[in-house]
Design a protein around this ligand. Structure first.
Ligand code: GSH
Length: 215
């Protein structure tokens, strides 16, 4: 298998966590974020991660790649067996990508304008901070977001939520700074433990988004 990545990509980290969990060997190609020619040639679009499987199948979009890995190598599982629980996990993934990720993206867009609307940034940021209560409750009485076992939910959310615990001093990426600014574990001890627990997991190719600053 072959994975196209760029440095510090959170969507890439979703996949390197899953590949390491399943013990699948992968070759990483580090792409220059300013030159997407190779990614476009391989996949017909510009975003990473892009996975090229051994039979030549090309898959992009991180949730779709996770599903592909699950079909290709069902053990250890990233989704539960029970169809209703599987559907619940799919709903979580959809919510995280379409709803939860929207405010930080909107804030980064707003901050990139010549005259950012500070009131809008604050209100979006406060909605991010408030969302942490929900993750704290998801972790009540269990080690991971969808149960005691590591699952696709943890792969999807961890790369983003890890910024609640800190940001590497060298990480100047605007989107990551937005996450670090509005997320925190001050009132969320279970979330803090979960971030530390998942962060101990290996990543394929040993690619980590950053080393977390100590808190
Ligand atoms: N829905 C896609 C989004 C992929 C995506 O946004 N990738 C980012 C890196 S995390 C990217 O390639 N952005 C273009 C850029 O940074 O120029 C997924 O989940 O894989």
């Amino acid at each position: 298998m072959h994975l196209f990545v760029i440095p510090r990509s959170l969507n890439v980290e979703r996949i390197t966590l899953a590949l390491a969990y399943k013990g699948l060997p992968v070759e990483l190609t580090l792409v220059d974020p300013r030159d997407r020619t190779r990614v476009r040639e391989v996949s017909g679009q510009e975003l990473v991660p892009v996975l090229v499987d051994d039979d030549g199948t090309v898959v992009f979009d991180s949730p779709v790649i996770l599903e592909h890995l699950e079909n290709r190598c069902p053990e250890p599982p990233l989704w539960p067996d029970d169809p209703a629980r599987r559907a619940e996990l799919d709903v979580f993934i959809d919510w995280f990508n379409r709803v939860w990720k929207r405010p930080p993206n909107l804030i980064a867009d707003e901050m990139s304008k010549p005259a950012p609307d500070e009131g809008r940034i604050r209100s979006l940021g406060e909605s991010m901070t408030a969302s942490l209560d929900r993750f704290e409750r998801l972790l009540h009485g269990r080690k991971h977001l969808f149960g005691d076992e590591f699952s696709a939910a943890d792969c999807i959310a961890f790369p983003f939520l890890q910024y609640a615990l800190g940001i590497d001093a060298n990480d100047r990426h605007l989107f990551h700074q937005v996450l670090a600014r509005w997320l925190s574990t001050d009132r969320h001890p279970r979330l803090a433990d979960w971030i530390r627990r998942v962060d101990e997991r290996p990543r394929a190719g040993d690619v980590r988004v950053h080393e977390l600053a100590s808190d």
